[in-house]
Design a protein. Sequence first.
Length: 175
Amino acid sequence: MSWFDQLGGILQQYASAGQPTQNTERDFDQAVTVAPREAVSQGLAEAFRSDQTPPFPNMVGQLFGNSTGSQRAGMLNQLIAIAGPALLSGALQHGSGMGNLGGLLQRGQVTEQDAERVPPQAVEELAREAEKRDPSVVDRISDFYSEHPGLVKSLGAAALAVAMSGMAKQKRGFF
């Protein structure tokens, strides 16, 4: 039996509208234990792109704010790798409030201690700039957060429902 068959009844609830139910968090927990990470990642990408959820940069900033030090460092390292030093340097020069990230660029790798000093607003700006430059950043950040489903629940039931809807739309046997 495929993962989709195992979750069919749960995913059907979210297939068309992606509206939250009183069991959305529990359903999400069940889905992420059965579905392959790629399916979870695609569902998260749909939530990040949806007009039913806050904009991608805001959601990334919220996730960053709720993350542990190692998750913050991992996410920042992902964004820096995706955005590249040129984008970051340009954003820093335009006074975007990412001044705390300036020293991190010189080292190339963000530590947990470094990440703890970066405010979520700076991460929002970084995500905004990265998305302008390369919209596929949404997919890559979705992949990163698919490894942290407990953290994703901090986005709330509406975002989880949209993610479940994205998972429901995937074809059987795709994964």
